[in-house]
Design a protein around this ligand. Sequence first.
Ligand code: NI
Length: 165
Amino acid sequence: MDIYNAGIEEELAVLRKTAVPVEEFNDELKSFIDIMIESMKENKGIGLAAPQVGDMRRIFVCSIDDREPLVFINPEIIETSMETSVYEEGCLSLPGIYADVERPERIKVQAWNRKGRPFKVEADGLMSTCIQHEIDHLNGVLFVDYLPEKKKLKFLKKLEKANSK
Ligand code: NI
C-alpha cells in the first residue's frame, strides 16, 4: 500500500481533504485495517491514518513500543488537559521532516473498534500526541500546520523538491 506524500501535488490534495465517518463495519473494513497495520509496520511508523493511503474513511491505527496496534474508527476527542507537552513529530507522508509540536498532554478519546464496538481510552505522553496527530489527518491537517508559516512553507518546498527528481 503506497503512502501518499505531501510533496506530490495530487497526493497533498487528498491529504488535505476531510474524511467521512465509517458507516459499515464489515469484512472489507477488517481487511483494509489489516493492510493499514501492515503498512504502518513496514514503514516503521507509529501511526497511520486512512487518508494517507488514499481512503477517505475516518480510521487510523497506532502502535507504540511494540504494543498491540490500536484501531480507532470515527474517533472523537472528548476531553483534553490544560497541560501541554512537546514532542518532535514526523509523518510517513512527510518523509525526512521533523519538528517540535505542542499539544495537550492528556486526552480522552471515544471511538469504535474493528468489530464496531465503541470504546473510550485515556492517553498521555507519546500515545496522546500520536492519537492527536492521526485525528488531524482525518481533518486534512498536517503537523507542519502548527509551525510558523515560513517554516511550514520551507518544509513543503523541500518535500516538493525531493519528489521532483
Ligand atoms: Ni502523519
